[in-house]
Write a protein that binds this ligand. Sequence first.
Ligand SMILES: [Zn+2]
Length: 91
Amino acid sequence: MRPLFAATATPEHPMPWGWLLLALTAAALGYAASCAWWPFAKCGKCEGRGKFTRKDSKVWRLCRRCRGSGSRLRFGRKLWNRFAKVRNASR
Ligand SMILES: [Zn+2]
């Protein structure tokens, strides 16, 4: 009796690595396109409001994390910006 991993990797039943890779690539491309098209997400601290108000909402202060914009750069876009900065610096 062979171990299970060897049995699943026989040529008659190959693991679908190609499809897995394709799906991962498609997901990555989709995320990259999404980050290019929608670079911002709402700030997690103030939930996109940009400020914190007192219960009676007469007084408020700006959110420190997003400095009142209510938005934050998405992770993928941050990566892209860093990459772009490095690329520009090497020019
Ligand atoms: Zn905020």
